[in-house]
Design a binder for this molecule. Sequence first.
Ligand code: FES
Length: 109
Amino acid sequence: MDYIKVAQTNELKNGEKKTVTLDGKVLLITNIQDTYYAIDNKCPHMGGSLFEGNFNGNNITCPKHGSVFDVRTGKIVENGKIAFIKLKVNDTKAYPTKIEGNDILIGIE
Ligand code: FES
C-alpha cells in the first residue's frame, strides 16, 4: 500500500471536514479529536456529496436522502428515505490514514 500526502493537519481542526482529490476520486477527510479519517465523498446510493452533509460526532448525513455514515469506518449507520420509502444503502469505502510531521497521508492500494 502506498501512502500519499493529501493535506496538512492545520488545514482542518477538530470537528472539521475537507475534500481532497486522490487518484481521480474525491475523498472526504475528517478530524475527530485530532484523529484523521478518510472515506469516499460520493454517497454509494445516488452519488450525493457527503461533504455537503451535516457532520455531527462520528457521523455524516448524506444531503440527498439522509443516509448516515460513520466517517471512521464508512459503514452505514442509518438508511435514508425517499418519500416514506426506506432505502437500503451500502457502506462507503474507508481508507487508512497516517500522520507524518504535519502531513496527512492516505493509503491506497
Ligand atoms: S444519494 Fe445519499 S442517500 Fe441517496
